[in-house]
Design a protein. Structure first.
Length: 368
């Protein structure tokens, strides 16, 4: 049975700006039905790394907050601490970053609560009994919340290919230990013929696991978290992942975590995807790049699989932007995300999520 996905474009006028459109799509998709009066309602979003400006604007988050309040819920904005060592590794710096990016109470009308606590250790083990994990490590605020609205910025991703609602749930609701669980599907491989032993990769490794042995970089696979930092910085292009074998394992682990983040909130989760500023990289990067396609609109649904499928379909209908990092698949109908990250098919997220019962790829697009 097809799931309803609501769509509204970004053409505005004196009577309806973008913020009002967010409220209208929230109401038309009946996301208020996910909220019981008195619910502590988590609004899951990415508030951006310092130096990044592609993240969702706080004024847009405010519309969701006000809609939750109108449904008599008690909203709070939330995300988890990061595995990497930028400015969101602990709750103090994470909250400071959120404030610098505009997520202050007078603007968003709700508190910001870092879901996994001060150092990323506030977690609940949630039983899922899936292929890779019997249980997953979900941040405490998500398991304690009584409903959730998942507000996602659609974009590309260097490891997942595509980032939407499912990716937002998977990494975004996991503790630091849970993020490690997901990333350890990757194994960085050193081309010993190309490596010069320069040591540049050592300086790039946030986790201090790379060393030089016999003049060659050595990366212990059992300790590698698959962040990709060494791949990007190696001057000889001597480090790579086993893309053919590892990418599906990573995606499957990621989606199992997404499943675990909502398994206790049956019919209590709503989803909004913003197809705006569709950047090549995750909002975790401390920089931004031009969008790969023009801005499209806003989607809302109660099905995370359907909304991500619709997001990819709408992106792929666009003409690619030639001045972006997109290097192929510029024509309408061609897959933009594989034109950006050639070694990853982000659509596998959606396929696997459907397989484990998170929703359906079959959707009915309702244009407002």
């Amino acid at each position: 049975m097809a799931s309803d996905v609501f769509f509204i474009n970004l053409r505005t006028n004196d009577f309806e700006n973008t913020q009002k459109k967010i409220r209208r799509i929230f109401d038309n998709a009946d996301l208020a039905a996910c909220i019981t009066p008195g619910d502590l309602c988590a609004i899951k979003l990415h508030m951006g790394e310092r130096g990044n400006d592609a993240y969702i604007r706080p004024q847009y988050a405010r519309q969701v907050v006000d809609a939750v309040r109108n449904a008599q819920g008690k909203p709070f904005l939330t995300d988890t601490n990061t595995l990497y060592l930028y400015k969101r590794r602990n709750a103090v710096e994470h909250h400071e970053t959120a404030l610098l990016n505009g997520f202050a109470y007078p603007t968003v009308n709700a508190p910001v609560i870092i879901a996994d606590g001060l150092n990323g250790e506030n977690e609940t083990k949630v039983t899922i009994n899936q292929k890779h994990f019997k249980s997953v490590k979900i941040a405490g605020a998500f398991t304690e919340a009584q409903s959730m609205i998942v507000l996602s910025h659609v974009k590309g991703h260097i490891l997942a290919g595509f980032g939407g609602a499912l990716k937002n749930l998977a990494m975004g609701c996991a503790t630091i230990a849970g993020k490690k669980d997901q990333h350890q599907g990757w194994r960085a491989i050193v081309d010993t013929q190309a490596c010069t032993g320069c040591g540049t990769c050592i300086d790039s490794c946030q986790f201090g696991i790379i060393e030089i042995k016999d003049g060659i970089a050595y990366i212990p696979s059992e300790e590698c978290y698959g962040c990709g930092g060494c791949l990007e910085i190696c001057p000889e292009n001597a480090i790579d992942f086993d893309w053919k074998n590892d990418f599906k394992i990573f995606i499957e682990k990621m989606i199992e975590y997404a499943h675990g983040s909502v398994i206790g909130l049956s019919n209590k989760v709503g989803y909004i995807n913003l197809l705006m500023n569709i950047s090549p990289f995750c909002d975790c990067a401390n920089f931004s790049n031009p969008a790969i396609v023009p801005d499209i609109g806003i989607l809302a649904s109660k099905d995370p699989v359907a909304i991500d499928q619709a997001s990819i379909d709408l992106v792929n209908q666009q003409h690619g932007v030639h001045d972006s990092l997109l290097h192929s698949h510029f024509n309408p109908g061609e897959d933009k995300f594989t034109g950006l990250w050639t070694k990853i098919d982000g659509r596998y997220q959606i396929e696997y999520a459907e397989k484990i019962g998170m929703g359906t790829r079959d959707y009915r697009l309702i244009t407002l």
